[in-house]
Design a binder for this molecule. Structure first.
Ligand code: RB5
Length: 179
């Protein structure tokens, strides 16, 4: 930690190149989508937006508004993203986005962020290197969500001290539960 007198100082070390990921679109990445019934309609709007923007994606379900369990779709998307966690990305939608983010974050390598405004969309990638974005089909509007997706995809990871923090998250994951 690099904190002096309660004020955070920039890291002394050089920026680690491998943490400076290119913005979405410059690399070959795949975007995986998933929703439950509560997020189905918003997922359809997201797909329309992605097609318009020519962004490649794969929809892993659900296919309609019949009641399903969100952890199944969170797991499906998270596992695909975790195959290449620095390249692939995921978008998960349930009623609130909360259940999806809780479930997706159980998969090692996943940093799922609940995005709720322009600033959180930017920070989710710039600071947290979030590889999964979660939204609420019953709480958020399609025109906001698609704008936030564009911001999240276009913002590069800042690296440097944020890389150190993301590393620490990975360490927590690796350490498991010590009894
Ligand atoms: C399903 O009714 C609802 O619980 C789900 O979509 C989600 O909001 C959970 O977090």
């Amino acid at each position: 930690m690099n904190i002096k007198d309660g004020v955070e100082k920039p890291s002394d070390g050089p920026v680690k190149k491998r943490w400076l990921r290119k913005p979405f679109g410059e690399k070959k990445m795949m975007l995986y989508l998933g929703s439950d019934h509560g997020g189905f309609a918003l997922k359809q709007d997201i797909k329309t937006f992605l097609k318009k923007k020519n962004i490649a994606f794969q929809d892993l379900g659900t296919e309609n508004e019949d009641s399903v369990d969100y952890p199944d779709y969170a797991q499906a998307v998270a596992r695909k993203v975790a195959e290449k966690p620095s390249e692939n990305r995921g978008i998960l939608v349930c009623g609130t986005g909360i259940g999806m983010s809780i479930a997706a974050n159980k998969v090692p390598g996943i940093r799922a962020a609940m995005i709720y405004d322009d600033y959180s969309a930017k920070m989710a990638h710039e600071h947290n290197d979030a590889n999964v974005a979660c939204f609420g089909g019953r709480t958020q509007k399609p025109h906001d969500v698609t704008r936030w997706i564009a911001i999240w995809l276009e913002t590069p990871f800042a690296g440097d001290r944020h890389a150190r923090r993301v590393h620490k998250i990975s360490s927590i994951e690796k350490s498991g539960v010590k009894k």
